[in-house]
Design a protein around this ligand. Structure first.
Ligand SMILES: [Zn+2]
Length: 654
């Protein structure tokens, strides 16, 4: 009886509220995109993994449509997110590396919806998607894009390079509360499952032996918070919600610890769940056909009745849930990764049908996915008919791809440091697949994966201030490949920071023999040699570095000092002037110029410069010391003595 009464009240309230609130316009539902970083499909509970609790994802799947066979074309965050947001393959949208700007000719999800009066906002969980530095153009069409602060207040990785999922979610909820006007398009990026695996309590305890799973369970709890917010504000039922992984994680399969190098299912098979607005009929539907993350945007535009751009590499998934999915034509999933090029190894391309995968590599691979889902038994033979077919598809794709953009992204040192903090190699001047003449002549990444794992470990260790661990990993790389330019450079940098300048210079010298165009390695070498008092050596290294990359402010300053030490004030002045062209109000640069002028006997100019500078630098001891020298040179002994006294006083107050 009680139950019946409760039911009655429920349906009464529902009927009442339906009568009171006007029906929602189905044409423009609220749309929420949640991307969960580094999320393998087979580590989610509703995908059959029983060792984890992911109630939020499971609940969405129950209320929506779960795609069991969804694939990303890229195992790298920027590239795969750009694909989700444009519906284009990496070779079409061109964002195949960090910091490559998304060309304005490719409309984004946010732009397309913004043109239909959507209020748009994005909340990111890592600097890897920061539109000011590593992901320029991804913010297009967003009214608000929650970038990271330019000068982080904290040394901790949280808030500087990464945000916890709950932080991302709360920021999104605050924005929604402050911008109640519908319709919304909000994108949330939960970075947590990306390594290093450091879930907060209680997930760190519950999953202490499987911290990757702990991160996923934690990200799921953040998602639960967001779903709870939508339900509480009555926005859940009528919204379209998309949850997708940007790529998976190797977890040691094919010897790959993390992701980025290979194109096996371990890093390309992702969960994809779609909850339709106001839908009840297709609740809990499961689609087993192979689909791609390029299909997401066309589906959303289709459901929101927004005209799709002319060129898209994906297609709406609607046929799979409105008709019987067995009728729909097979969708081919392409894969592309240029990340191996950062290490000097061959880029990879792949093509996946429902039953086969072909990977184009220096040693190509073919797998029968029905018999060999783990992709362990390579059946490649060049004359194989299937190989010819699949290779033909890749050739067709290549022929369709637009020519590469002439200028790649310019990556500053700060950005390189951020990349490293996230475990990615920050060298951006190696080239891309499109400008390497013959990628097939480069080493096969299969032969290099142990090195990559060690290099990755070393980067994460350096970031965590564990220099000894980093050194051990890098030395192991050198045992595998004594000429690994990446390991040599990293080791050189590590010893430079540790104060072992002789060893640092030695490693960097070998690194530069292998890769003479590495401007950053040459800069490090210059710093190390200067510390060992090899001034001519330091000069040559810095000149070489600046020839490759002229806009390095710190390198200009250091070279100026070195020329002073080499008693070449004229050349020193040129370097300080060049530094001031890069940062016009640098005190160090201005003092450098004055120092060079004093050394040249150009006392009058130096004194004038220093006098004007002293107004804003009244407590700079070095400045008054230099001013005293200039006055002495001019024979102004009284002024010289005064400046000298001032300098001594300031020195003693330090
Ligand atoms: Zn990612």
């Amino acid at each position: 009886m009680k139950v019946l009464r409760a039911l009655l009240i429920c349906s009464l309230t529902a009927a009442l509220s339906a009568a009171l609130s006007p029906p929602k316009k189905a044409a423009h539902p609220d749309i929420f995109l949640v991307t969960i970083d580094t999320l393998r499909a087979d580590h989610v509970h509703c995908y059959g993994y029983r060792s984890i609790q992911t109630p939020a994802l499971d609940g969405l799947a129950q209320d929506g449509i779960r795609f069991t066979q969804a694939f990303t074309p890229s195992p790298i965050t920027n590239t795969s997110h750009t694909t989700i947001l444009t519906g284009l393959l990496p070779s079409s949208h061109g964002v195949t590396d960090f910091a490559v700007p998304l060309a304005s000719t490719h409309p984004t999800w946010a732009e397309l919806l913004h043109a239909h009066a959507y209020h748009t906002a994005a909340f990111i969980g890592a600097v890897i998607l920061d539109s000011k530095t590593l992901a320029p153009g991804l913010n297009r069409g967003f009214d608000f894009y929650d970038n990271f602060p330019e000068h982080a207040q904290t040394k901790s990785r949280w808030g500087r390079v990464e945000r916890r999922g709950m932080d991302v979610v709360l920021r999104a909820e605050a924005w929604l509360s402050a911008h109640p006007q519908e319709p919304h398009f909000v994108w949330l990026h939960l970075y947590d499952p990306h390594d290093p695996y450091e879930p907060p309590a209680p997930y760190s305890q519950i999953y202490q032996d499987r911290l990757y799973d702990g991160e996923i369970a934690y990200a799921d709890s953040a998602l639960a918070n967001f779903i709870g917010y939508l339900k509480k504000h009555g926005e859940y039922e009528n919204s379209l919600i998309v949850v997708v992984g940007d790529h998976g994680e190797g977890l040691g399969e094919h010897h790959e610890d993390t992701h980025g190098i290979f194109l096996y299912d371990s890093t390309t098979h992702v969960p994809l769940i779609l909850k339709l607005p106001g839908e009840t009929a297709r609740k809990g539907k499961v689609v087993e056909a192979q689909v791609r993350t390029t299909d997401i945007l066309p589906t959303v535009l289709d459901l929101a009745r927004v005209t799709a751009p002319r060129k898209l590499d994906g297609e709406s998934l609607r046929p799979y849930f409105t008709r019987n999915d067995t009728d729909a034509a097979e969708r081919i999933a392409f894969g592309e990764t240029d990340y191996p090029l950062r290490f000097g190894w061959a880029p990879l391309r792949s093509v996946r049908t429902q039953g086969r995968k072909f990977i184009e590599a220096p040693r190509p691979e073919l797998y029968d996915l029905h018999a060999d889902a783990a992709e362990l038994n390579n059946q490649y033979e060049p004359w194989n008919r299937q190989v010819k077919n699949l290779r033909g598809m890749l050739a067709e794709l290549r022929a369709k791809a637009p020519p590469p953009a002439p200028s790649q992204g310019v990556v500053g040192q700060g950005t390189i440091d951020e990349l490293k903090a996230l475990g990615y190699l920050g060298k951006a001047d190696v080239g891309s697949a499109t400008n390497v003449p013959q990628p097939s002549l480069l080493p096969d990444p299969k032969d290099k994966i142990e090195e990559q794992n060690l290099l990755h470990l070393a980067m994460i260790a350096s970031e965590g201030d564990r220099a000894a661990d980093a050194r051990r990993s890098l030395e192991k790389v050198l045992q595998l490949d004594p000429k690994s330019p990446t390991a040599l450079r990293q080791l050189g940098e590590l010893e430079l920071r540790a104060g072992d300048y002789v060893n640092s210079a030695q490693h960097l010298k070998v690194a530069l023999e292998v890769r003479p165009d590495d401007a950053t390695a040459a800069f490090y070498e210059g710093q190390a040699l200067e510390k060992t008092h090899d001034l001519p050596g330091a000069r040559d290294a810095l000149e070489a570095s600046l020839k490759l990359m002229p806009g390095q402010f710190e390198a200009r300053l250091l070279l100026g000092q070195i020329y002073l030490g080499l008693k070449n004030p004229h050349a020193a002045e040129d370097q300080f002037e060049a530094a001031l062209l890069l940062q016009s109000n640098s005190i160090e640069g201005q003092l450098g110029v004055a120092k060079a002028q004093v050394a040249e006997g150009n006392f009058n100019q130096a004194a004038q410069q220093l006098e004007s500078l002293s107004k804003s630098q009244s407590t700079n001891a070095a400045l008054f010391e230099l001013l005293a020298q200039a006055y002495t040179g001019l024979g102004k002994n009284v002024e010289a003595e005064k400046a000298e006294t001032r300098a001594k006083l300031l020195q003693s107050q330090k």
